[in-house]
Design a protein around this ligand. Sequence first.
Ligand SMILES: [Fe+2]
Ligand SMILES: [Fe+2]
Length: 470
Amino acid sequence: MEMDINKRSLCCQAGYLPVPLGCVPVESLSGLEIYLATGDGYSLYSAVDLDFNKDDSQRLLNSGVEFVYVSVRDHKVYYRTMENALQNIIADPKIKEEKKNEILYATAMELSNQLLTIPPGKKEVERAVNLARATVQLIMKDKNAFQRLYEAFNHDFYTSTHLVNVCGMTISVAQKMGLTDMNILQNLGTGGLLHDIGKIFIPHEVLNNPGALSPDQFEFMKTHVDRGFEHLTKVMELTAETQAIILEHHERMDGSGYPRGLHHDQLSSLGRLAGIVDTFDAMTSVRPYRSHTFSVAEALQQIEDDAPAKFDSEIVHAFASMVQNIIPVDESEKTKTSPSCKEKQSVTMDASGPIHTQYYFRIPVVLQRLHKIKDKLILGPQEKVIAHKISCLSLGLLSDRPFELDQNICIVDTKLQSIGLGRLLAVVIRCQDHSDGWYTVDAKFHKPQPPEVIEKLKTITVIREVSHLA
Ligand SMILES: [Fe+2]
Ligand SMILES: [Fe+2]
């Protein structure tokens, strides 16, 4: 299978971010370095001191240039600009739907990260509402939007990703089930973006606990629902639909959920929907503290098995048929009960030694497998993969090909070389088959990399999340 790397790469590639020139006010690019794509790379078009202006923009547009690029170093300004221009971008017929999805998803990720950094104020909540509105517009306009969004948001990011995924899936399923009122869909999406915001009040060591939570920790974790709701209602008035998503996403039909243990009719249909989407995304996401990630088929099977006791059968059916329509599901996977995971380490890689920092990001890279033939080390052909997490000790990859344990690999990527991560040699310590054509691979470096070099990653890509592993 040839990997379509573009299918899954966010618009942040090789340290540059695309700006659709016709959709953003040119003033928003003032003070930034502006680059043009030149076949294989990017060349500087306008330096910081040569303020990019309307004439420059018009000249480029006239010559058929629709996108300019800014450095990832300017990602904060970039994403705010994109956020403000989302309505224009989604309405622009000249921009391809795939590109709109990429920009929307990446912008949503940036906002989601910010929402989880400090308890959001009124401004941030209003930004979440606007982003939910843009998501609704995109989904209403493009009948393949859910598929495109799903392709963008598969396995690789964490709490912030979860908020964005739940937003996109909740709107999509509700619309699929016949809800067409844009305001209600927007309120649902807002609920998706904010539903776990209470986790900001839960300590990192509980959220990313590599083992099972103690009963006390679990009770504390459950408080994220009310903590988030209480915070948000102090900030601004929430619509009934947004409240339902936040308050009921952990409630279950048989009363076994939390925080209130609501039963059947006490649960709103929107709360029931949120519970299904939330569970599906949590099961299929790769998390640093969980050794097994469910395949799509396994997750759907589990949710179907739990209906009607815990989940509403009608909504489960609509959700499952929607997911199955866009993702090939191997039915044989549904009967599996044991993890489809070859593991050398059961919890997380590097589960010993001092605490170190792990960064989550996403860049396409190239690697080669090392083969020993008659005592000689031979490099195999180049393979494109996606690097998605790194620490001083190890690297996490997404690949469309499996890897044997103990396979030595060499990363020969120029972007990583540019920050001092030269020919990286590593050995595969874990390869997990997601049964959807993708494998998550953990590889341990032959030699630990200096923390200051790992830190430089910030200069070539957007860091999505940071965790501190023991
Ligand atoms: Fe939650
Ligand atoms: Fe959640």
